[in-house]
Design a protein around this ligand. Structure first.
Ligand code: NDP
Length: 332
């Protein structure tokens, strides 16, 4: 079977040479273990952070080890009484065609409730990130203005729609005309700004005539710099991601935000979705209900073929994806 290992810690934007494709035999499960056939791999921006040897909320990847991320698969062989051949499961598994997992490392998912890919996107960690970051930290109220960056991505597209469900005026910022049309025409965002072609400070001013009450930040950098001067009093800023900085070799510097926060008594709070693990059931229930009611839509960009996994990961930094970026490794 094929596997992908981290060969070098990337300097700046990762390149193919930082990774290595290797071959290994397919292992057999022992008592209490299962062999999972990989169907879909989730590639995520946060994996870039795990490629560096720095302290964070998750341990860095080891060099010459198989990379891991969210995977949906099917039980190919079971030595566990809890799983049968053919069961669909999810877990943090390897970038490889088969993974040997302890029974506790995977969780069954129901393919009748939703397409299995949804457990890696809207019903999985990305949907939950949007849900808890926006509702727990952002706390949008009816009539308030919510701005979200990275708006056409997996997290951002859910954030904007949940903010609409809560009755907010929603403005998204994204990087292509196709994405802008998707946000306004398909997802019901009130306004969308193309940061690659528009003057962002001017466009934000126009799109947010009443100022900004919630800024859900997925990207950091200059886009965020343009938001701070427009904050209203008691604004809330869930800091979810800073993808514009993930590949920077030098520290990312820009205007200081303290004065804007003090002047407006605003709250800026970083978080990771894991902070809310005890409440995942509650979040998944709401997301599932909104999906069924047609209030929430989601998009997935599915790249075909295990050999394309690195390209799919690198595409995140080029903005090639609409919604959640996944890799299809094998058919069901
Ligand atoms: P996305 O689906 O949003 O994919 C990444 C998107 O980021 C791209 O499509 C691209 O869209 C945009 N982007 C890439 N480079 C830049 C740049 N230099 N400046 C501005 N935008 C850029 O990924 P996710 O939804 O999975 O993640 C979104 C953010 O949320 C990331 O920062 C991620 O790290 C973070 N995150 C945080 C979690 C947490 O627990 N705190 C959990 C999950 C994600 P475009 O075309 O618009 O540029």
């Amino acid at each position: 079977q094929k596997q992908i290992k981290l060969k070098k810690r990337p300097l700046g934007t990762p390149v193919m040479e930082d990774f290595e494709f290797t071959e290994a035999s397919v292992p057999s499960p022992s008592e209490g273990e299962v062999l999972v056939k990989t169907l879909y791999i989730s590639v995520d921006p946060y994996l870039r952070g795990r490629m560096q040897n720095t302290k964070s909320y998750v341990a860095p990847f080891e060099l010459n080890e198989v990379i891991t991320s969210g995977v949906v698969g099917q039980i190919a062989e079971s030595k566990s009484e809890h799983f049968s051949k053919g069961d669909y499961v999810i877990g943090m598994l390897g970038w490889q065609e088969y993974t040997l997992a302890k029974e506790k490392e995977v969780r069954k998912i129901d393919p009748n409730l939703a397409p299995v890919t949804a457990y890696l996107s809207i019903l999985g960690l990305t949907g939950l990130t949007a849900y808890f970051g926006l509702l727990d930290i952002g706390q949008p109220k009816e009539g308030e203005t919510v701005v979200v960056s990275g708006a056409a991505g997996a997290v951002g597209s859910a954030v904007g729609q949940i903010a609409k469900i809560k009755g907010a005026h929603v403005v998204g910022i994204a990087g292509s005309e196709e994405k802008i049309r998707y946000l306004t025409d398909e997802l019901g965002f009130d306004e969308a700004i193309n940061y690659k072609t528009e003057d962002v400070p001017a466009a934000l001013k126009k799109a947010c005539p009443n100022g900004i009450d919630v800024y859900f930040d997925n990207v950091g950098g200059e886009i965020s710099d343009a938001v701070f001067p427009l904050l209203n009093r008691q604004a809330r800023i869930p800091v979810c991601g800073a993808i514009s900085a993930y590949n920077k070799v030098e520290a990312d510097v820009g205007p200081r935000v303290q004065t804007a926060l003090i002047k407006t008594s605003s709250l800026m709070k970083g978080f990771t979705v894991g902070d809310y693990s005890s409440r995942f059931k509650e979040g998944a229930a709401d997301l599932g209900r909104w999906l069924q009611e047609g209030k929430l839509k989601y998009e997935e960009t599915i790249t075909e073929g295990f050999d394309q996994t690195i390209d799919a990961f690198l595409d995140l930094f080029k903005g090639a994806n609409l919604g959640k970026q996944l890799v299809k490794v094998a058919g069901e």
